[in-house]
Write a protein that binds this ligand. Structure first.
Ligand code: RBZ
Ligand code: NIO
Length: 340
C-alpha cells in the first residue's frame, strides 16, 4: 500500500467491504521462491516446514528472496465485565498491573521480544471501563468495538515486516471461548478451559457464563460476534491482523485468545487469515479445536498457556531461521556442490 497511511474503516459495513477486497500474496514471488528453494545446497525438502514457511513469507513480501529484520510485537490490554463472575483464577486488577510490568520490561513477552529482535508496543484500552458482562448485554456497542478495532489498526507499523499480536485481559479466555462457541457451534463445555488455572468450580462457572452469553447473542457475523462477546483487546488484535493484511505484513498468531480474534475475521471470509501462520498450540484445552477450525497447523507445541504474544514471539526465531536459510544459502551452482 505504499507509504500512505490507510485510515481504519469507520463502520462495520466498511470493514465488511474492505474484507471483501483483501490483497493476496504475490504469485510471482512465490514461484521465484520455489525456484530458488529447489537450487539450494540441501537435499530436496530437507528443511521440512521451514521451506514452505519461507515461500509463504516471500509471497506476502512480494520478493523471492526476502529478509525479516523488522518484526513488531503489539500487546493489547482490556478488561472484561465477565471477570466479576469468578471465571479467572486472578482478580481483574492484574490487567493494569501487568500493563505496568510490560512497560517496565518485566514480563515474559518483554524478554521474548528482545531475544528475537522485535520492537514491542503496549496499548491499554480503557482499562478503567471494562466491557459489559455479556450474559446481560453486548460486551461492546458497535462504536466501542470500532474504537478498539481502530486502536489495533493504527498500532501496526506499516514498515514492519512481521506482526505478532499479544493480549492481556483477566477473564479473556472466557470471552474467547464464547466467540469460538458462537462461531463454531458445539457445547460451551467444548470451548472452555482452565485459563489462568481455575479450579473445577471456576470451570463450571465459566461454562455457564459462556452458555448464557452465546444463547443471548446468537446469530450475526464475525464482527457482530466480536462486539457482543469479545473484548477491547480482542477487537484490537482483529483490527491489527486485518491492517497487516492490507500492508502485506505476515502475522504469527499466538494462543487461544489471539486465535479467537482471528476467528472473527475468518468468519467474515474463509481466506482472511492466509497471511497468518499459527505459531503454537497452547495448553488451553480448546486451542487444538480452534486451530483445526481455522485450518492452521501450529509450528510449536510447548505447553505454553500464557498469552501476551509469547508463543508467537518464540516463533519469530523459527521464521527468521527459515528466511535466513532461504535467502542466504548458496545454490548448488554457486557452491560447486554436485546436485545429484
Ligand atoms: C500475572 C499474569 C500474567 C499474564 N499474562 C498473560 N495472562 C493471560 O491470562 C489471562 C487469561 O486467563 P483468564 O481467562 O483465566 O483470566 C489473560 O490476561 C492472558 O493474557 C496472564 C495472567 C496472569 C495472572
Ligand atoms: O492460549 C493462550 O494464549 C492462553 C491460555 C491461557 C491463559 N492465557 C492465554
Amino acid at each position: 500500500m505504499g507509504t500512505e497511511t490507510m485510515q481504519a474503516p469507520s463502520t462495520f459495513d466498511a470493514y465488511r467491504r474492505l474484507t471483501a477486497e483483501l490483497p493476496g500474496p504475490d504469485a510471482g514471488a512465490v514461484a521465484a521462491a520455489q525456484e530458488r528453494n529447489a537450487q539450494l545446497t540441501k537435499p530436496p525438502a530437507a528443511l521440512g516446514r521451514l521451506e514452505g514457511l519461507a515461500q509463504w513469507y516471500a509471497g506476502w513480501r512480494g520478493t523471492g528472496r526476502p529478509v525479516l529484520d523488522r518484526p513488531q510485537v503489539v500487546v493489547f490490554a482490556g478488561n472484561h465485565g465477565v471477570a466479576a463472575r469468578g471465571v479467572s483464577a486472578f482478580p481483574p486488577e492484574v490487567t493494569v498491573q501487568m500493563v505496568a510490568n510490560f512497560r517496565a520490561g518485566g514480563a515474559a513477552i518483554n524478554q521474548l521480544s528482545e531475544t528475537f529482535g522485535a520492537r514491542m508496543d503496549v496499548h491499554a484500552l480503557e482499562l478503567d471501563r471494562p466491557t459489559a458482562d455479556f450474559t446481560e448485554a453486548p460486551a461492546m456497542s458497535e462504536d466501542e468495538c470500532l474504537a478498539a478495532l481502530a486502536t489495533g489498526w493504527d498500532a501496526v507499523d506499516p514498515q514492519a515486516d512481521l506482526l505478532v499480536t499479544g493480549e492481556m485481559g483477566i477473564g479473556n479466555t472466557t470471552s474467547a471461548a464464547a466467540i469460538a462457541n458462537a462461531l463454531f457451534g458445539g457445547a460451551a463445555a467444548d470451548w472452555v478451559g482452565r485459563g489462568t488455572g481455575v479450579d473445577a468450580g471456576g470451570l463450571d462457572r465459566k461454562t455457564a457464563v459462556v452458555e448464557a452469553g452465546v444463547a443471548r447473542h446468537s446469530g450475526g457475523d464475525g464482527l457482530d460476534t466480536l462486539a457482543r462477546l469479545g473484548g477491547r483487546e480482542i477487537a484490537a488484535m482483529a483490527g491489527a491482523i486485518l491492517r497487516a493484511r492490507t500492508e502485506r505484513i505476515p502475522v504469527l498468531l499466538d494462543g487461544f485468545i489471539c486465535c479467537a480474534a482471528a476467528a472473527c475475521l475468518h468468519a467474515l471470509r474463509a481466506d482472511a487469515l492466509d497471511h497468518c501462520a499459527a505459531a503454537h498450540v497452547s495448553a488451553e484445552s480448546a486451542h487444538p479445536a480452534m486451530l483445526e477450525r481455522l485450518g492452521l497447523d501450529p509450528l510449536l507445541s510447548l505447553g505454553l498457556r500464557l498469552g501476551e504474544g509469547s508463543g508467537a514471539a518464540l516463533a519469530i526465531g523459527i521464521l527468521k531461521g527459515a528466511i535466513a536459510c532461504h535467502s542466504g544459502m548458496a545454490t548448488f551452482a554457486e557452491a560447486g556442490v554436485s546436485d545429484g
